[in-house]
Design a protein around this ligand. Structure first.
Ligand code: AMP
Ligand code: ZN
Length: 119
């Protein structure tokens, strides 16, 4: 369930600090440390699922919770007129942290049309 070497598992456990937005029995949400937009946070399952490719039917409740909470959390974070979600998966998706996470990105102005963000 938890990987002792995983940075996001450590965040869930409180061993690494985070700016938490929300937590329940299945998911945890916190601000991204390197935001690409005025609002940029991550929603993660508490279970250590490395990538979206590793998700299966046993994870459906947590994955559904991630989606069903996104709008409410985005609105609370200041997204008044929409936002974007993104899940990078694996090498081709340029996933950096191998604990499944959904980016929620937005702000007052429309985002660039592409899903590639320059840092
Ligand atoms: P990805 O490329 O989808 O794997 O993105 C990983 C995201 O995690 C990046 O946007 C990082 O800025 C973010 N990140 C990495 N470490 C932390 C941390 N300690 N707290 C918050 N966000 C982090
Ligand atoms: Zn993990």
């Amino acid at each position: 369930m938890h990987d002792p070497d995983c940075i996001f598992c450590k965040i869930i456990d409180g061993k690494i600090p985070s700016r938490k937005l929300y937590e329940d029995d299945l998911i945890y949400a916190f601000h991204d440390i390197r935001p690409v937009a005025p609002v940029h946070f991550l929603i993660i399952p508490k279970a250590h699922i490395p990538t979206l490719s590793d998700a299966d039917a046993t994870h459906e409740t947590a994955l559904g919770r991630m989606l069903s909470k996104a709008g409410e959390l985005a609105a609370e974070a200041g997204c008044t007129d929409g936002f974007r979600t993104l899940i990078n998966c694996g090498r081709v998706g340029r996933q950096e942290v191998y604990h499944l996470h959904m980016h929620v990105v937005g702000g007052p102005d429309p985002l660039p049309p592409m899903i590639v963000f320059e840092r």
